[in-house]
Write a protein that binds this ligand. Structure first.
Ligand code: SUG
Length: 447
């Protein structure tokens, strides 16, 4: 029996607003605002509680250690941690701030996976995203690989590929641009990979960066041993990217046999629907329930993050749309949700709203904070660490966050020589809570 598990990234203690993501309108707007890391982490945990409360499998991923001292040292900043911070702040504050980003919380961008029931070799495939478009995010790839290898440790069941070569030809942003559709999670699926450009095209096109290439999606489909007839590649509409839809999960979403997309999401929406229907006919006798949303424009889609809702299968039947609070106050979006829930031909039976304000101000909604992995029961049992969410883990993490996280952080606070020590102590404690062993560079001897 296969199930989908949502692996949510815990928000790290250095969560801040540095305006690092050009083309992500929320991040650009929030630059230099004061964040509340404690509230951010508690909001993320509250979302996990909602999902788990519905009887849906939920798991947690530890944040990466920040600042990325390895990178700072590699860039020539020497000395003990306080000296590294001081020198970097004085001569290259942008580098220090980027090395402090808590962006690993958006685990949708951590890896792309293929379940063993879809891969021709019957094993689970995982590829960390190289995230080369933004410097602060590119630092995640190798450290993400360490964390995922620690949790998905069984070499018989889990195949870990290296991140794709770190070059703009192969820009990869992980599962945010990948959707698996299947009549049920435990039945064979088709895989939609969405790109913003082809890798060898000149980079001059458009207002904002196109973060995913066709070549990256093709490479992942090959690496994951997916049958070619079950793979679809689609191009994002340049206008959607230029309106702020920097990932496909900001403008389209799918779960099992439901696929929702904004009418301006793709360059050729009719072709996407046709190819999806064709491929889907190869895995299921039923029909895909596609809904092309025309009720609101790109601006409202990006402001509300409607398409970044989590679409979740309820154990008792039907689907839940777990949407960001922001969707309630934008009338055409709220109306579209009411319409979907009322639609007798659409399996969405309930909408629920979550407050993720801290993450949303950096352009991360409910779906950005989680990575979906479909696993068999045996594969679930072989996971390492204590990462499956339950009441006890919830209580432990809540008190850990309340004890260890600051309630205010501005980009200027990142020069505080005390902060690295605080973060290390917090993360060291976390690895004990999650029983993950020494996953952080500061826990390795000689680092
Ligand atoms: O990559 N924001 C992230 C948000 C990622 C959202 N993920 C998905 N859509 N799946 C990004 O743009 C902002 C950090 C800052 O500005 O401090 C940031 O990295």
């Amino acid at each position: 029996m296969y199930q989908e598990i949502n692996f949510d990234g815990l928000v790290g203690p250095s969560h801040n607003y540095a305006g690092l993501s050009f083309g992500n309108r929320a991040s650009m707007r929030s630059r230099a605002a004061v964040s509340n890391p404690q509230a951010a982490a508690l909001q993320g945990l509250a979302k996990m509680r909602v999902v788990a409360g519905h009887g849906i499998r939920q798991a947690v991923l530890p944040p990466l250690a920040r600042p990325a001292f390895g990178t700072l040292r590699r860039l020539g900043f020497t000395g003990v941690p306080a000296q590294v911070i001081e020198k970097a702040y004085r001569t290259a504050p942008e580098l220090l701030i980027a090395c402090y980003s808590a962006s690993s919380m958006w685990s949708a961008n951590a890896v792309t996976t293929a379940p063993s029931l879809d891969a021709e070799d019957g094993r689970v495939h995982l590829t960390p995203a190289n995230l080369v478009t933004n410097f602060h995010r590119s630092l995640e790839a190798d450290e993400t690989a360490v964390v995922w290898r620690a949790i998905f440790a069984d070499p018989e069941r889990f195949i870990h590929h290296r991140p794709l070569p770190a070059n703009l030809v192969l820009s990869d942003e992980g599962a945010a641009n990948h959707t698996r559709l299947a009549s049920r999670h435990h039945l064979p699926g088709i895989h939609l990979f969405v790109h913003g450009r082809t890798g060898f095209a000149p980079l001059t096109e458009g207002r904002f960066p196109r973060r995913q290439t066709l070549e990256a999606g093709e490479a992942i489909a090959r690496l994951h041993a997916l049958p070619p007839e079950r793979v679809i590649h689609a191009r994002q509409n340049p206008a959607a990217i230029d309106a702020g839809a920097f990932h496909n999960d900001v403008i389209a979403t799918g779960n099992e046999h439901v696929f929702l997309f904004h009418h301006l999401a793709f360059s050729d929406p009719a072709q996407v629907s046709k190819k999806l229907a064709q491929a889907y006919a190869g895995v299921s006798d039923g029909a895909l329930c596609t809904r092309e949303i025309t009720r609101f424009g790109l601006d409202d889609a990006v402001r509300s993050y409607f398409f970044n809702s989590q679409l979740l299968t309820l154990p008792g039947g039907g689907m839940l749309l777990l949407a960001p609070e922001e969707c309630r106050s934008i009338l055409p979006v709220a109306e579209a949700i009411t319409e979907l829930v009322a639609d007798p031909d659409c399996p969405i039976v309930q909408a629920q709203f979550v407050d993720l304000r801290e993450s949303m101000l950096n352009g991360g909604g409910p779906a950005c904070l989680r990575n979906r992995v479909v696993l068999s029961e045996i594969e679930q049992a072989s996971l390492s660490g204590r990462v499956l969410f339950d009441r006890e883990l919830d209580a432990n993490l809540t008190s850990w966050i309340k004890k260890r996280y600051r309630t205010a952080l501005s980009p200027d606070d990142l020069r505080d020589p005390q902060l690295p020590g605080e973060i290390e102590a917090a993360l060291d404690e976390l690895t004990h809570l999650l029983q993950l062993g020494s996953i952080y560079p500061f826990q390795q001897t000689g680092a």
